[in-house]
Ligand binder design. Sequence first.
Ligand code: PLP
Length: 412
Amino acid sequence: MHKESQMMSFGYTPEWSEGSVKPPIFQTSTFVFKTAEEGKRFFEVAYGKSELNAKEEIGLIYSRINNPNMQILEERLAVLEDSESAAAFESGMSAISTTMLSYLKPGDILIYGNPVYGGTHHFITHFLKDIGVKILPFSSKTKAKEIITKLETSEYSGNVKMIYFESPANPTNSLFDLDELKKLKDEISVKSSNEIMLVMDNTYLGPLWQKPLDFGVDIVCYSATKFLNGHSDVIAGCAMGSEQVIRPIKTLRTFLGSMIAPYTAWLLTRSLETLHLRMAKQGENAEKVVNYLISHKSVKTVSFPGIETMGKKQNKIFKRQCLGSGAMISFEVFGGEKEAFKFLNNLKLIKLAVSLGSNESLAQHPHSMTHADVPDDIKEKIGINQGLIRLSVGIENAEDIISDLNNAFKEI
Ligand SMILES: *Cc1c(COP(=O)(O)O)cnc(C)c1O
């Protein structure tokens, strides 16, 4: 069955809940055991003292460990990503931080892509660095050789445990070459004979337009707040991968308490029913908007995966590893902050707000907003200029989006 069909009912049987077509909200903190023996058995499994037998089902204990809404959601997320397992969280940041903390200890090395989401960048460069994780940044232009050379210096003694990145990068839309990163991971792990997790934030193009697990990525993380939920009314996150790599993440989640709540899981499950419709429409609208922007006299550059101006190398990567361009456009207006602000202040349909992937169109100024924390010299190096605007295209009528942009351009 196709994924969009499976989103209607996968992982739920109406007989469980009085024939209710949709799963109810299991707004409960705890679950009754049939017998004391059953309770004992559930705890043995939950604490990893014993494995489930082939015929056994995992029992419900307490909603920090599991809850039917979380479980139904996770099963559908795994379908969407073609993964063996999925873990749902109360935010994208908790999915990312719990994943990192599951695999990184003080003294370990984290190689991370630049740019990454502002919150992720802060967590890496402040928290992880402060607890003694050694951090090594790279960009889509860094050669694997440069990274290997750096790892040979005394500053980076220790074991590389994770390579973490986003593709396309936010907000520049530059793609990272998944084949190259897989090669880099293999090369370092052979040298150091230690296991390395290749982790990718797939929020921008997943799960429809990019399948990183097919390219040897071990774990994908999401801010489910964005396309997956798509209605700007929920904060949530998830991580997907094999049963083996997700298990330690779920265990740590139990003790950090960063699991998704029943109502949030229910809302997100509801959103997944329209994911394919929403993303398809957003993608169509984005192409129309890009075509409009490319020819506009106030626009200096447009960044959008797959368009000619991204360059030959980028487009080769695009053809190999992306199934669509997405709905996130970055463009630079002539001038700087003043012109960008004038433009943003005159949008009417498109809301001036951070976040992305939702059914309504949103625009923001990365230099002063989402990426305010990134040092100016790095911003300049990676192309986050004063005139740059990031646009997330929604499901409105494309003509209305374009006419809103057109009116705002007139004000510059
Ligand atoms: C929003 C976002 C996050 C953080 O997710 P929250 O749900 O806000 O915690 C992480 N990565 C990317 C790419 C994002 O856009």
